[in-house]
Write a protein that binds this ligand. Structure first.
Ligand code: ATP
Ligand code: ZN
Length: 304
């Protein structure tokens, strides 16, 4: 698409998400929680937004940064690993930044790590000097090696990076790791994190100059509301005024609670929005500290 077309005024917002893969369901779920709905066409590439003028484009995750750069899409949900690879690549070739991370979204967590054969020892990044490192993320690896002041050969592969050391193609690899099971199955161990990744909302560097700016603001506000309460619960309980300090000590993750006196002034009723896990163990500890009638309620929506 030409720059002229990308700069054209548009009255709908277009968001690219992964068509199928690790990020596709959580991305849809997040956008649905933010109140978006589409005329369903999961098998197609385009879903027309019904509740708001926000459409979805279902694509391969690797295509999302350039779709934003070309103005085909306005926003995208993509792994930081994919986004930063494009950002580092564009910066290395002197191209201007066209997109950036707008929000971290808290799912799709993984790490880009250096891994070496299990038997070998690891004394730090300097050990990679003069070695061959296989990766599908050459730009981020190059940036990281430069920051470590290490000179190594980067072997760019399109997939199956983890078998490169066994095939004699490389001495180490730099790849995505979540559980470490794939590394272990290939007799490799992760020794150094290069970057921590998760799904992010990516958008242009320059603000939108038309109605898309308002749509993007609305979407961001709603997404922030959803993200803020994702693991949160509303905790209701009563306690004797004397026990309040001990009870509150057990709620370091709570927003300042709302309190009111019941039974004259000796008993307090409280409601607190807690951001950490509310396990049975925690409830039992709260009860021991003096909380009574504990109730844990899900939080569906929040508008700060
Ligand atoms: P596509 O067909 O869209 O190109 P893909 O095979 O590149 O799909 P997936 O394997 O679905 O993509 O991974 C998408 C994203 O999920 C990754 O870019 C990364 O951000 C994240 N992710 C989380 N855990 C892992 C993992 N263990 N391995 C690979 N990616 C992971
Ligand atoms: Zn991909």
């Amino acid at each position: 698409m030409s720059p002229a077309a990308s700069a054209a005024v548009r009255d709908r917002l277009r968001i690219a998400i992964q068509k199928s893969g690790r990020l596709s369901e959580p991305a849809r779920a997040l956008l649905s929680s933010a109140g978006l709905s589409w005329r369903e066409s999961r098998d197609r590439l385009f879903c027309y937004g019904e509740s708001l003028p926000v459409d979805l484009l279902l694509v391969r995750d690797d295509d999302i940064p350039s779709l934003i750069a070309e103005g085909v899409c306005d926003l995208g949900i993509v792994g930081r690993n994919v986004l930063n690879e494009e950002i580092d690549g564009r910066s290395a070739s002197g191209q201007p930044a066209a997109f950036r991370e707008w929000r971290a979204l808290g799912f799709g967590g993984c790490k880009l790590s250096v891994a070496v054969p299990e038997g070998g020892d690891w004394r730090g990044a300097q050990q990679l000097t003069g070695k061959r490192i296989a990766t599908t993320y050459p730009n981020q690896l190059r940036t990281w090696l430069r920051a470590q002041q290490v000179e190594a050969d980067i072997v760019v592969l399109n997939g199956s990076v983890e078998i490169a050391p066994r095939l004699g193609q490389a001495d180490a690899i730099c790849d995505l790791v979540s559980s470490g099971a794939t590394l272990a199955a290939n007799q490799l161990k992760a020794v150094q994190d290069v970057m921590l990744s998760e799904a992010v909302l990516a958008g242009p560097v320059q603000p939108f100059g038309d109605v898309r700016a308002e749509l993007a603001d609305l979407l961001l506000r709603r997404m922030d509301g959803v993200l803020r309460i994702r693991d949160s619960k509303l905790l209701l309980f009563q306690t004797a005024r004397d026990s309040l300090p001990q009870v509150l000590q057990l709620l370091p993750d709570a927003e300042p609670p709302t309190m009111c006196a019941v039974d004259g002034a000796d008993t307090l009723a409280l409601q607190a929005l807690c951001h950490g896990a509310m396990t049975w163990q925690r409830l039992e500890d709260l009860k021991r500290a003096g909380a009574r009638g504990l109730m844990v309620l899900p939080v569906e929506r929040m508008l700060a």
